[in-house]
Design a protein. Structure first.
Length: 505
């Protein structure tokens, strides 16, 4: 009798094991990817645009239309499959390494969506799951990641484009135009910003390429990958031609008004030619998949409804990866911001908002806000000090979040090595200004500030964001004096802070 009871109990436990393994697997997966899920949710509410929403709805529409045409038996087919599982483990390890060593939220979020794609492989036929890679890339491209792409991808492209143009012009003996000169020509047609770097063109062309490949059901193979690389080379080459033409017109012919006229048409022409060429190549030289033989009705060998042993092993892997992320998280001392204002600037500290305080605490930075006046020029400024590049954000985005609309952005040189960004605001006489500063460098470019830390390691930086009550055009001397004095004040603070750190070691 006792043996029968024990046998029945063991049988119940065996039946419960699949459910427990699935539950443990789900919880460990959520714990591992919780940082990216939190960051993505915050980004959605902070920076989702109408364009992103339209693109997302279009992709979802075509995806639903495609799924609606599938038989019900092919649409939902819950079964453990080895290929999605192995890919999920690889993506999870890559995600952990990214969180520990690279720490770029956008890259981690992309890996998170790839992990979700791997999970979907347990719920549909294997062949249909493989076809879902293109819609997955399309969904990732609709995310509001424009500003993040400008930092992590746009700036390297911008820098490399400027270096390539400089080298080409030197071959033609067309004056000495440095890469700094090319990048610093702001508010004119030769500005090498996110658009001129080809970032917008590349991003839109990827969307075009993946959409065409999905709609025309193109076969994804090595040839498809070669065509994708070819598209990138086309976009970048047309972009270099545009920048060379603009720099030549502006610096050699000294015709900035002509460069302003041809700037947009050159960009559109290069993009359209690239897309037309790649469409012709895809349409006529890459065959579509054969619909009649691709569907595999039977599960692959070794697949089971629930492989609870493997799921438990994966759960242990996810927990170990989560633990390694927590343990390896760098311990950063919370910086303190203590400033000594110049005597000719009247400054009074004012309270920061609750949202700003939470942001400083989350990003391990220290910020203070001041009201100031120097002769007839008045305004407010936000000064943020951090030794972590994540603690600084593009000030123009914060300006827009405060309800201002930016009409124009330009770079103003206070001195040859002291650039600042001026933001002309719509429907107000106020103007905004900002720059980033360390003991070695002053830059107006947030991407440059980030990449300096990525390449050289983390250093102390200060962001200065100013909202002027009057246009600096009316008080040029006061504005120049204000910027110069604040630059000296910040430099003194950073120098003293660096010496204290050296003496304490």
């Amino acid at each position: 009798m006792n043996l029968r009871l024990i046998g029945r109990g063991m049988l119940r436990n065996v039946k419960r094991m699949p459910l427990l393994s699935v539950l443990l697997f789900s919880v460990s997966f959520i714990i591992l990817y919780l940082p990216s899920l939190t960051w993505f949710t915050r980004s959605i509410f902070e920076s989702y645009s109408v364009l992103n929403l339209i693109m997302l709805l279009l992709v979802v529409f075509f995806l639903v239309k495609h799924l609606k045409d599938l038989p019900n038996d092919d649409l939902v087919n819950v079964r453990f499959r080895w290929m999605p599982f192995i890919l999920l483990c690889i993506v999870s390890v890559a995600y952990t390494l990214t969180e520990i060593y690279i720490r770029i939220n956008m890259l981690s979020c992309s890996l998170f969506f790839l992990a979700l794609f791997c999970i979907s492989g347990f719920f549909m036929q294997y062949e249909h799951w493989k076809k879902g890679i293109l819609p997955t890339f399309l969904l990732i491209q609709t995310l509001p990641l424009g500003s993040h792409l400008d930092v992590y991808l746009g700036f390297p492209l911008r820098l490399y484009a400027a270096e390539s143009v400089t080298t080409f012009l030197s071959w033609l003996n067309i004056g000495e135009v440095s890469k700094e000169t090319i990048i610093m020509i702001e508010n004119r047609s030769a500005e090498v910003s996110a658009a001129c770097s080809g970032l917008n063109g590349l991003w839109t062309s990827w969307l075009f390429f993946f959409t065409i490949s999905w709609i025309e059901n193109k076969k994804i193979n090595f040839k498809w990958l070669v065509y994708f690389i070819f598209l990138n080379l086309l976009i970048y080459s047309f972009n270099l031609v545009r920048i060379i033409a603009l720099v030549f017109i502006e610096t050699v012919l000294v015709r900035p008004e002509l460069a302003e006229i041809v700037h947009v048409p050159l960009g559109i022409t290069g993009f359209m030619f690239s897309c037309i060429i790649i469409w012709f190549v895809l349409h006529y030289h890459l065959p579509a998949k054969e619909q009649s033989i691709t569907i595999i009705k039977e599960p692959l060998p070794g697949n089971k409804e629930v492989n609870f042993t493997t799921l438990i092993a994966a759960s242990i892997l996810f927990i170990a990866l989560s633990y390694s992320m927590v343990v390896s998280k760098p311990v950063v001392e919370h910086p303190q911001l203590e400033l000594q204002w110049p005597t000719n600037i009247i400054a009074q500290e004012i309270p920061i908002t609750k949202g700003e305080y939470k942001a400083f605490e989350r990003d391990n930075s220290s910020g203070k806000k001041f009201q100031f006046s120097i002769q007839k020029l008045t305004g407010t400024c936000l000064i943020v000090y951090t030794n972590n590049w994540r603690g600084h954000h593009p000030p123009d985005l914060c300006t827009q979040a405060n309800g201002f609309s930016i009409a124009k952005s330009e770079t103003r040189l206070i001195s040859p090595d002291f650039p600042v960004t001026l933001l002309h605001l719509d429907n107000t006489s106020q103007m905004a200004c900002y720059w980033f500063q360390s003991t070695k460098q002053v830059t107006h470019d947030h991407a440059s500030r980030v990449w300096t830390d990525i390449k050289e390691g983390q250093h102390d930086w200060v962001m200065i964001s100013i909202l002027l009550d009057q246009s600096p055009e009316f008080y040029p001397e006061e504005f120049k004096e204000l910027s110069a004095q604040m630059n000296l004040m910040i430099n003194q603070f950073l120098t003293v802070n660096r010496n204290e750190k050296v003496n304490s070691k």
